[in-house]
Design a protein around this ligand. Structure first.
Ligand SMILES: [Zn+2]
Ligand SMILES: [Zn+2]
Length: 118
């Protein structure tokens, strides 16, 4: 793993960027991966196409049954530190545009990507 611009290269065909909404890295696959995201090749002002959609818990496609919401409802005295979430963004020109369906505080906002610190 190496930092390059605002991105982190992971294993050759994966690039990570720091999501300030989720406060974690999200990764996309790029060429030579057989199903790559489009990448403009600019590590300082990256553009990925199409959008990046990261989900957990009941937001995952095809999820059924328990999730962090039901877990926390059953354990109100000892809630998990995980949450069900959805993060849907467009990375364009070094900026990350969060769509309105994000579950975090930056939904609907656009912010500049910064180099990952982790
Ligand atoms: Zn995110
Ligand atoms: Zn849930």
């Amino acid at each position: 793993m190496a930092l390059r611009g605002v991105l982190r290269t992971i294993a050759g065909d994966r690039l990570g960027f720091w999501c300030p909404g989720c406060e974690q890295m999200h990764a996309v696959t790029v060429a030579p991966h057989p199903h790559p995201w489009g990448f403009n090749g600019d590590f300082d002002k990256p553009t990925f196409t199409p959008s990046v959609h990261v989900t957990s818990g009941h937001y995952m496609l095809g999820h059924c049954g328990d999730c962090w919401c039901t877990y926390n409802a059953k354990h109100p005295d000892k809630p998990a530190s995980f949450k069900c979430r959805s993060c849907h963004s467009f990375v364009t020109d070094g900026r990350i545009q969060f769509l309105d369906d994000c579950t975090h505080a930056l939904a609907g906002q656009t912010v500049a990507l910064t180099a990952p610190t982790l």
